[in-house]
Write a protein that binds this ligand. Sequence first.
Ligand SMILES: Cc1ncc(C[n+]2csc(CCOP(=O)(O)OP(=O)(O)O)c2C)c(N)n1
Ligand SMILES: [Mg+2]
Length: 427
Amino acid sequence: MASEQRANLKPLSLHVPEPKFRPGDEVDFSDIEVPAADAAKRPDVGAHPDTFHELSYGLVRVLDENDRAVGQWNPRLDADVLRRMLRNMAMTRAFDERMFRAQRQGKTSFYMKSTGEEAVAVGAAMALASDDMCFPSYRQQGILITRNYPMIEMMNQIYSNKGDKLQGKQLPIMYSSKEDGFFSISGNLATQYPQAVGWAMASAAKGDTRIAATWCGEGSTAEGDFHSACTFASVYRAPVILNVVNNQWAISSFSGFAGAEATTFAARAIGYGIAGLRVDGNDALAVYAATLWAAERARTNQGPTLIEHFTYRAEGHSTSDDPTGYRSAQEYSNWPLGDPVTRLKNHLIALGEWDEERQEAMDKECADLVRKTQKDAEKNGILGHGLHQPLDTLFEGVYEEMPWHLREQQQQMMAEEEASGRPWARK
Ligand SMILES: Cc1ncc(C[n+]2csc(CCOP(=O)(O)OP(=O)(O)O)c2C)c(N)n1
Ligand SMILES: [Mg+2]
């Protein structure tokens, strides 16, 4: 045996990552470096990819500890735009709260919140052109809200009811809207990455001016799709923004399992020759500024950008998850980058453009609108109100002409249903 032949060497061993804190542990995040808000330099949008080392390991921030917008990345937005940004984030949070509760009330089988990560989707959606194409993961509902997609359509999809445009064929929350440049969400992690790069390449090949943006979680970067997408994006300088939302957790598995102990996710860009930016994901202005920079780079044919949004998943992975079983509750309360909604609110207050009363009124207005919309959506049905789509439509909408073997299966299923006496077979 080889080990006997080399008895003077220590046996090989593997490093198995272990999260620093578990339930009940005292959390100490003092090792997380939070650079000053004005520390990061803003390079020219055409800068060569090999000059992004510092930006891939640092942190692009705009809002400082006194709630002021500072530094080279300050996008200098006017107060109306800031208030719109705040409202989009507050609406996303209100929507999440309500739909989470709807799941707990048994009205839908599944929901996923984006609490604590609202700035990632809203900040980016506001910086992109409204017709740029988004290839999101399941935690960027803020894009649809920012693009004014009707919330009732989202709810109909969550309830898989009569009004669901996807006819109950998708898992709740897996929205899709061609008109709003929102590609169908897929449960198969990271598939949207090569799709976004391919779409961006096609846009360039056709001489179009629209760019693509995609999002995946830090855990999903371990998928092969992430890496092949980066290669294609780099080789062809595809007009695409590759967002990695590092919310520290991938269900119960911590970011270390996707490589966070060794390096940053933004630094993945270095090996591919892509511009890499590591951004404070709880700072809506930093997300906005980084996205605007990357969009200009892409739109001027100067290449893709990989943006890591450093943030924290404040709630469970989904309604099927219970994070108290694997992480300390103190993690979120001690998170050094705070809460994105509170930070933007405090910034507007510091500017003299907002106050607590207006915030309270806005929160109430958002909650009321969500509740009213929910009532309307529920008129189209909820889980447990029977089957909302005719059963035979289960086979439709995939092929223009249904192949013979599916037609045969459809007929067989309908015959079985009719024989069973259940009412579902009736149209
Ligand atoms: C290819 C694939 N592998 C595994 C899963 C199961 N799964 C669903 S979500 C998830 C965690 C993803 O974590 P991350 O990419 O960090 O995104 P987050 O949920 O934190 O936003 C896993 C493992 C899946 N849906 N698809
Ligand atoms: Mg994650």
